[in-house]
Design a protein around this ligand. Sequence first.
Ligand code: DAH
Length: 344
Amino acid sequence: MSDLAQALASLEAGGQADLAAAPDAAALDAVRVRYLGRKGSLATILRGLGDLDPAERPAAGKLANDVKQRLEAAFQARRDALEAAAQAARERADRLDVTLPGRPRPVGRLHPSTQVLRRICQIWADMGFQVYRSPDVETDEMNFELLNIPAYHPARDMWDTFYTTSEGILLRTHTSPGQIRVMRERCPEPIRVILPGMCYRYEQITARSEIQFHQVEGLAVGRHVTMTDLKGTLISFAHRMFGAERKVRFRASYFPFTEPSAEMDVECGICGGSGCAICKHSGWLEILGCGMVHPRVLENGGYDPAAFSGFAFGMGPERITMLRHRIEDIRYFWTNDLRFLEQF
Ligand code: DAH
């Protein structure tokens, strides 16, 4: 009996020491199997109980059982402690340091054309002009016919475009067809709108011409709209856009949808009017076409040209941006080169 007690005591002490030394769950498991497994040292001792005197067996059995329970409890405690330590280590490893500075997000910005478009829209809004949206995909009728450009008209060459596979459907070459759409919608109300949007042309792409670009069209229709209104309004626009000291001039021109027609120049801001390469030594930069709405166009919009008159204009925001920032190549606008875009 005392041999047995001694064996159990040393087994327990050995088990406690080994489990305390196990560095991780796997090592602990190996120790457990060695002591408490089916072929472990405790099982070996228990098997020996059968050889004892029957009178001694209950006490010996209880002794062995107590050792087993204490060891099992110790293993469980050690397993919990190891698990808690592992968990703490994991938490330490991927701890979130909320005091670290955030990763900077690249901040986007508005495209230079959008910036200028918004500035133009703002100026016209201040003068009482609403924005009217009209479609990029147009009919031949709207883009040409109703603007007094019949199929045989040589002016069509200036506005050649991309045609779709549907007969008579094309990408608009200017925002002017929007004039017909507003007039047909608003007639017989007076009109004061601008029509910003993308236009398309069948062009050789060069530093000065692209196959797509923005335009801002303007249209005012009413009972007493005169050429004086046209000039005063456009001069006011130019002063707000380029500064009140900027000189402006009108030159007679030709457009099929206006009569009379004109083009407006502003004094070259780069040489101050004395002449340079940008203004081709003229001292002036052309920024828009304009005129009094042709009676036939008014009629096509539903207005009686005997009672109503109107003025219209069309300008290119990319061109204005190029003049403002001395950009020498229009192709920069749509090539998405950040070195260009980030300058604005
Ligand atoms: N549609 C013309 C173009 O694309 C620009 C233009 C000129 C528009 C005179 C007008 C205008 O409304 O009156 O070249």
